[in-house]
Design a protein around this ligand. Structure first.
Ligand code: ZN
Length: 259
Protein backbone atom coordinates (compact mmCIF):
# COMPACT_ATOMS: atom_id res chain seq x y z
CA UNK A 1 0.00 0.00 0.00
CA UNK A 2 1.21 3.51 -0.83
CA UNK A 3 -0.27 6.67 0.62
CA UNK A 4 -1.98 9.07 -1.83
CA UNK A 5 -0.47 12.59 -2.08
CA UNK A 6 -3.05 14.25 0.21
CA UNK A 7 -2.32 11.69 2.94
CA UNK A 8 1.42 12.18 2.57
CA UNK A 9 0.82 15.89 3.04
CA UNK A 10 -1.45 15.32 6.03
CA UNK A 11 1.04 13.10 7.86
CA UNK A 12 4.21 14.89 6.72
CA UNK A 13 5.40 15.58 10.30
CA UNK A 14 5.23 11.85 11.07
CA UNK A 15 6.80 10.72 7.83
CA UNK A 16 9.80 13.00 8.28
CA UNK A 17 10.56 11.36 11.64
CA UNK A 18 13.08 8.54 11.05
CA UNK A 19 11.45 6.64 13.95
CA UNK A 20 8.13 6.47 12.04
CA UNK A 21 8.76 7.23 8.37
CA UNK A 22 6.67 6.28 5.38
CA UNK A 23 6.57 2.60 6.34
CA UNK A 24 5.35 3.43 9.83
CA UNK A 25 2.68 5.77 8.49
CA UNK A 26 1.42 3.13 6.07
CA UNK A 27 1.28 0.65 8.95
CA UNK A 28 -0.80 3.08 11.05
CA UNK A 29 -3.24 3.51 8.15
CA UNK A 30 -3.73 -0.26 8.09
CA UNK A 31 -4.41 -0.55 11.83
CA UNK A 32 -7.74 -1.01 13.59
CA UNK A 33 -8.12 0.23 17.16
CA UNK A 34 -11.09 -0.57 19.40
CA UNK A 35 -11.67 2.24 21.89
CA UNK A 36 -13.68 1.14 24.89
CA UNK A 37 -14.93 4.05 26.92
CA UNK A 38 -15.30 7.40 25.16
CA UNK A 39 -14.85 9.59 28.23
CA UNK A 40 -11.98 11.52 29.77
CA UNK A 41 -9.38 9.11 28.40
CA UNK A 42 -11.12 7.96 25.23
CA UNK A 43 -11.78 11.51 24.00
CA UNK A 44 -8.20 12.82 23.83
CA UNK A 45 -6.93 9.37 22.86
CA UNK A 46 -9.31 9.31 19.90
CA UNK A 47 -8.21 12.78 18.84
CA UNK A 48 -4.52 11.87 18.78
CA UNK A 49 -5.02 8.41 17.28
CA UNK A 50 -7.25 9.82 14.54
CA UNK A 51 -4.68 12.56 14.04
CA UNK A 52 -2.01 9.86 13.76
CA UNK A 53 -3.81 8.33 10.80
CA UNK A 54 -5.13 5.10 12.30
CA UNK A 55 -7.28 3.66 9.52
CA UNK A 56 -10.18 2.13 11.43
CA UNK A 57 -11.85 2.48 14.81
CA UNK A 58 -14.48 0.61 16.74
CA UNK A 59 -16.07 3.08 19.16
CA UNK A 60 -17.56 1.40 22.21
CA UNK A 61 -19.60 3.23 24.86
CA UNK A 62 -23.22 2.91 25.95
CA UNK A 63 -23.34 6.25 27.78
CA UNK A 64 -24.77 9.64 26.92
CA UNK A 65 -22.97 12.96 26.99
CA UNK A 66 -23.66 14.97 30.15
CA UNK A 67 -22.90 18.64 30.74
CA UNK A 68 -20.36 17.75 33.44
CA UNK A 69 -18.41 15.68 30.87
CA UNK A 70 -17.40 18.77 28.87
CA UNK A 71 -14.78 19.73 31.49
CA UNK A 72 -12.48 16.95 30.17
CA UNK A 73 -14.15 14.92 27.41
CA UNK A 74 -12.75 16.99 24.61
CA UNK A 75 -14.55 15.58 21.57
CA UNK A 76 -17.97 16.70 22.80
CA UNK A 77 -19.63 20.10 22.65
CA UNK A 78 -22.81 21.52 24.11
CA UNK A 79 -24.92 20.26 21.21
CA UNK A 80 -23.91 16.67 22.07
CA UNK A 81 -25.34 16.80 25.60
CA UNK A 82 -28.07 14.17 25.87
CA UNK A 83 -26.88 12.30 22.79
CA UNK A 84 -25.10 8.96 22.77
CA UNK A 85 -21.34 9.13 23.21
CA UNK A 86 -20.58 6.58 20.50
CA UNK A 87 -22.73 8.43 17.94
CA UNK A 88 -21.30 11.80 18.97
CA UNK A 89 -17.74 10.44 18.75
CA UNK A 90 -18.46 9.14 15.26
CA UNK A 91 -19.69 12.61 14.30
CA UNK A 92 -16.46 14.12 15.62
CA UNK A 93 -14.46 11.62 13.55
CA UNK A 94 -16.46 12.28 10.39
CA UNK A 95 -15.81 16.01 10.74
CA UNK A 96 -12.13 15.42 11.41
CA UNK A 97 -11.18 12.92 8.72
CA UNK A 98 -13.56 11.35 6.21
CA UNK A 99 -11.03 8.68 5.29
CA UNK A 100 -11.26 6.89 8.64
CA UNK A 101 -13.49 3.82 8.80
CA UNK A 102 -15.60 3.50 11.92
CA UNK A 103 -17.81 0.92 13.57
CA UNK A 104 -20.05 1.61 16.56
CA UNK A 105 -20.96 -0.46 19.57
CA UNK A 106 -23.28 1.46 21.85
CA UNK A 107 -24.27 -1.47 24.06
CA UNK A 108 -22.78 -2.10 27.48
CA UNK A 109 -19.72 -4.34 27.25
CA UNK A 110 -19.69 -7.25 29.67
CA UNK A 111 -18.17 -10.71 29.92
CA UNK A 112 -20.65 -12.05 27.34
CA UNK A 113 -20.36 -9.26 24.78
CA UNK A 114 -16.75 -8.05 24.97
CA UNK A 115 -15.29 -10.51 22.46
CA UNK A 116 -17.76 -9.58 19.73
CA UNK A 117 -17.27 -5.85 20.40
CA UNK A 118 -13.48 -5.94 19.92
CA UNK A 119 -13.38 -8.51 17.10
CA UNK A 120 -10.93 -7.68 14.33
CA UNK A 121 -9.03 -5.01 16.26
CA UNK A 122 -5.22 -4.87 16.30
CA UNK A 123 -5.31 -3.14 19.69
CA UNK A 124 -7.90 -2.43 22.35
CA UNK A 125 -7.55 0.83 24.29
CA UNK A 126 -9.55 0.59 27.48
CA UNK A 127 -10.50 3.88 29.09
CA UNK A 128 -13.52 2.62 31.01
CA UNK A 129 -14.14 3.61 34.60
CA UNK A 130 -14.93 0.36 36.43
CA UNK A 131 -13.09 -2.84 37.22
CA UNK A 132 -15.82 -5.26 36.13
CA UNK A 133 -15.75 -3.89 32.58
CA UNK A 134 -11.95 -3.66 32.53
CA UNK A 135 -11.60 -7.30 33.56
CA UNK A 136 -14.21 -8.43 31.00
CA UNK A 137 -12.28 -6.57 28.30
CA UNK A 138 -8.95 -7.99 29.49
CA UNK A 139 -10.27 -11.57 29.40
CA UNK A 140 -11.71 -10.97 25.92
CA UNK A 141 -8.37 -9.59 24.72
CA UNK A 142 -6.48 -12.64 26.01
CA UNK A 143 -9.03 -15.01 24.46
CA UNK A 144 -8.89 -13.15 21.13
CA UNK A 145 -5.11 -12.68 21.06
CA UNK A 146 -5.46 -8.87 20.95
CA UNK A 147 -3.08 -6.61 22.90
CA UNK A 148 -4.63 -4.32 25.50
CA UNK A 149 -3.61 -0.83 26.45
CA UNK A 150 -5.27 -0.05 29.74
CA UNK A 151 -5.59 3.53 30.96
CA UNK A 152 -7.21 4.93 34.08
CA UNK A 153 -7.33 8.31 35.80
CA UNK A 154 -8.74 9.89 38.94
CA UNK A 155 -8.14 13.16 40.77
CA UNK A 156 -4.48 13.91 39.90
CA UNK A 157 -3.29 10.35 39.22
CA UNK A 158 -3.20 8.42 35.96
CA UNK A 159 -1.91 5.05 34.87
CA UNK A 160 -1.26 3.50 31.47
CA UNK A 161 -0.07 -0.06 30.87
CA UNK A 162 0.35 -2.36 27.87
CA UNK A 163 -0.70 -5.98 28.30
CA UNK A 164 -0.32 -9.04 26.09
CA UNK A 165 -1.54 -11.88 28.29
CA UNK A 166 -2.07 -14.06 25.21
CA UNK A 167 1.73 -14.28 24.83
CA UNK A 168 3.81 -16.68 26.92
CA UNK A 169 5.46 -14.90 29.83
CA UNK A 170 3.49 -11.65 29.42
CA UNK A 171 1.02 -10.38 32.00
CA UNK A 172 -2.63 -9.51 31.40
CA UNK A 173 -4.56 -6.78 33.21
CA UNK A 174 -6.05 -9.43 35.54
CA UNK A 175 -2.52 -10.46 36.58
CA UNK A 176 -2.13 -6.87 37.76
CA UNK A 177 -5.38 -6.30 39.66
CA UNK A 178 -6.43 -9.86 40.59
CA UNK A 179 -9.94 -11.24 40.77
CA UNK A 180 -11.29 -9.14 43.63
CA UNK A 181 -12.79 -6.51 41.37
CA UNK A 182 -15.04 -8.70 39.20
CA UNK A 183 -17.97 -7.29 41.12
CA UNK A 184 -19.12 -3.98 39.67
CA UNK A 185 -16.83 -1.73 41.69
CA UNK A 186 -17.08 1.63 40.06
CA UNK A 187 -14.43 4.25 40.48
CA UNK A 188 -16.01 7.30 42.02
CA UNK A 189 -15.03 10.07 39.64
CA UNK A 190 -18.19 12.02 40.47
CA UNK A 191 -17.40 12.01 44.20
CA UNK A 192 -13.62 12.25 44.06
CA UNK A 193 -13.30 14.81 41.30
CA UNK A 194 -10.71 15.00 38.55
CA UNK A 195 -8.54 17.70 37.08
CA UNK A 196 -9.58 17.93 33.43
CA UNK A 197 -6.05 18.24 32.08
CA UNK A 198 -5.05 15.15 34.08
CA UNK A 199 -7.36 12.98 31.99
CA UNK A 200 -5.96 14.78 28.94
CA UNK A 201 -2.39 13.88 29.92
CA UNK A 202 -3.34 10.28 30.61
CA UNK A 203 -5.38 9.95 27.41
CA UNK A 204 -2.75 11.46 25.14
CA UNK A 205 -0.01 9.41 26.82
CA UNK A 206 -2.16 6.33 26.16
CA UNK A 207 -2.42 7.39 22.50
CA UNK A 208 1.37 7.64 22.30
CA UNK A 209 1.82 4.20 23.86
CA UNK A 210 -0.82 2.84 21.45
CA UNK A 211 1.23 4.10 18.50
CA UNK A 212 4.27 2.35 20.02
CA UNK A 213 2.33 -0.94 20.17
CA UNK A 214 0.90 -0.53 16.67
CA UNK A 215 4.33 0.12 15.14
CA UNK A 216 5.91 -2.99 16.68
CA UNK A 217 8.16 -4.50 13.96
CA UNK A 218 7.16 -1.69 11.55
CA UNK A 219 9.41 1.21 12.53
CA UNK A 220 11.99 2.17 15.15
CA UNK A 221 9.35 3.77 17.41
CA UNK A 222 7.57 0.43 17.65
CA UNK A 223 8.13 -1.07 21.10
CA UNK A 224 5.08 -2.42 22.88
CA UNK A 225 6.65 -2.41 26.37
CA UNK A 226 4.44 -5.27 27.54
CA UNK A 227 3.86 -5.44 31.27
CA UNK A 228 5.12 -1.96 31.97
CA UNK A 229 2.72 0.23 33.90
CA UNK A 230 3.38 3.95 33.86
CA UNK A 231 2.08 6.00 36.78
CA UNK A 232 1.39 9.67 36.11
CA UNK A 233 1.30 12.01 39.08
CA UNK A 234 -0.14 15.40 38.30
CA UNK A 235 0.45 16.85 41.76
CA UNK A 236 4.26 16.77 41.75
CA UNK A 237 4.27 16.34 38.67
CA UNK A 238 6.23 13.13 38.05
CA UNK A 239 6.13 9.74 36.38
CA UNK A 240 7.32 6.33 37.44
CA UNK A 241 7.12 2.89 35.91
CA UNK A 242 6.31 -0.50 37.39
CA UNK A 243 6.87 -3.93 35.89
CA UNK A 244 3.88 -6.29 36.05
CA UNK A 245 4.79 -9.99 36.08
CA UNK A 246 2.61 -12.74 34.65
CA UNK A 247 0.72 -14.63 37.35
CA UNK A 248 0.96 -18.33 36.39
CA UNK A 249 -2.32 -18.94 38.26
CA UNK A 250 -4.14 -16.01 36.62
CA UNK A 251 -7.74 -16.80 35.72
CA UNK A 252 -7.41 -14.69 32.58
CA UNK A 253 -4.13 -15.78 31.04
CA UNK A 254 -2.55 -18.46 33.25
CA UNK A 255 -2.20 -22.13 32.44
CA UNK A 256 -4.99 -24.24 33.95
CA UNK A 257 -3.54 -26.77 36.46
CA UNK A 258 -4.70 -29.77 34.41
CA UNK A 259 -3.41 -28.49 31.06
ZN1 ZN B 1 -3.21 -12.74 33.56
Amino acid sequence: MALPPDRIDRFARHIVLPEIGGAGQVALAERHVALVGLGGIGSPALQYLAGAGIGRFTLIDDGRVELSNLQRQTIYAERDVGHGKAVSARRWLANFDQAIAVELADRRVGADTARAAIAGADLVLDGTDNFATRLAISDACVASGIPLLSAAVGRFQGQVGAFAGHLPGEACYRCYVGDAFDADDCDTCAEDGMLGAMSGWTGTFAAMQAVRVLLDDKSAFGDPQWGRLHLLDGLKPAMRTLRIAKDPACRGCGTPPDA
